[in-house]
Design a protein around this ligand. Structure first.
Ligand code: UFG
Length: 338
């Protein structure tokens, strides 16, 4: 059985990817330090797949623990999610972001290269493109100065992996996610934002649930059709499946270079107002919102050219924005009940 280490495997994207890996017959070992999730997710993964993944609570910033883990577990590949991800927080805590997001990566890569483990998938972000000059965004679009330490940690992460691939023959794929949303159709796993959500969809669902008074729409004077900013919202299960596709490519040695990057989005841009309208349609109730000023660091529009991922990974998205929003809403309601 092929054994895959999933770091951050109890997080939002990690947990959905663990389910997809188990569905495809991989044995999964999860490392998570529970800094942004709970052990309940582990039980919910088992409730979905019938299989309890191996779970080890390790902080990847502790190099000794990482070394001990690899001494004790034979691993065939790694999907590395574990990282801090709040853009705003990274501006006030840059060192925490660099320490966590970069040290963990270096320690993992050191173990992989010393042991000749060759398959590595990295969670990257469309944030590396900044405000792209051309839309949709292809993988050839230039990397722009990042808006935040979080963004720089993803850019630097890609460079660290690329250099390592060049030096020691590691095979790696960085997946540049656009905006992941939604919850598993079982409604047993989903996004668990801590405190006040920073991202649009959890803010919308919490507003609809009455936890937040109203949604603030950040700016309506962008040069877009309705004046609000455009993003590419991808359902988390579609995103999770991109990871299993990328892993298969590495395991089957179908990669064309030893470091590859793919955009992972739907290819379709939606404005904030379009998302609100789609959400209202799905839930059949009006959402309380007001227009406020722009949020610092936000780009006008970002959506993916997914043709590379479609062709090379033999993968495409299947879930509509409406279905994704519906699952996010069902997930929100399930939280309220529990
Ligand atoms: N927005 C609002 N009100 C809110 C929250 C968001 O109007 O309360 C708007 C934002 O201005 C933006 C859109 O909704 O136009 C999406 O915002 P999100 O915060 O949900 O997502 P971002 O595109 O800003 O951020 C996402 C990821 C980051 C990643 C970034 C890269 O969350 O991790 O994409 O562009 F860095």
């Amino acid at each position: 059985m092929t054994r895959i280490l999933v770091t951050g495997g109890l997080g939002f994207i990690g947990s959905h990817t663990v389910v997809e890996l188990q569905n495809r017959g991989y044995e999964v070992v999860i490392i998570d330090n529970l800094s942004n999730t709970t052990l309940e997710v582990l039980h919910n993964i088992k409730a979905i797949t019938g299989i309890q993944p191996i779970f080890i609570n390790i902080d990847l910033r502790n190099q000794k623990e990482v070394n001990t883990f690899f001494n004790e577990h034979a691993i065939d590949g790694v999907i590395h999610f574990a990282a801090y991800k709040a853009v705003g927080e990274s501006v006030s805590k840059p060192l925490a972001y660099y320490q966590n997001n970069l040290n963990s990566l270096v320690y993992l890569l050191q173990e992989l290269t010393e042991r000749g483990i060759g398959n590595f998938i990295f969670s990257s972000s469309c944030t590396v493109y900044g405000q792209a000059d051309e839309l949709p965004i292809t993988e050839k679009a230039p990397i722009k100065p990042a808006e935040s330490p979080y963004g720089y940690s993803k850019q630097a992460g890609e460079i660290i992996i690329k250099d390592t691939c060049k030096a020691v023959g590691l095979n790696a794929i960085a997946l540049r996610y656009f905006n992941p949303i939604g919850a598993h159709p079982s409604i047993k796993i989903g996004e668990l934002p801590l405190g006040v959500p920073q991202n649009l969809i959890p803010y919308i669902t919490q507003t609809a649930a009455g936890i937040r008074k109203e949604l603030s729409v950040f700016g309506n004077d962008y040069p877009t059709e309705d004046g609000t900013a455009i993003r590419d919202y991808i359902h988390v299960v579609d995103l999770a499946k991109a990871h299993t596709a990328a892993l298969r490519r590495l395991i089957e040695k179908k990669n064309k270079e030893n470091f590859e990057v793919f955009n992972i989005g739907t290819g379709k841009g939606s404005s904030v107002l379009e998302v609100i309208k789609a959400f209202e349609k799905v839930t059949k109730k009006p959402l309380n919102y007001k227009i406020v000023g722009k949020r610092e660091g936000d780009v006008t529009a970002a959506y993916a050219d997914t043709s590379m991922a479609n062709r090379e990974l033999n993968w495409k998205t299947e879930i509509s924005l409406e279905t994704a929003l519906k699952s996010a809403w069902q997930w929100q309601q399930a939280q309220k009940k529990s």
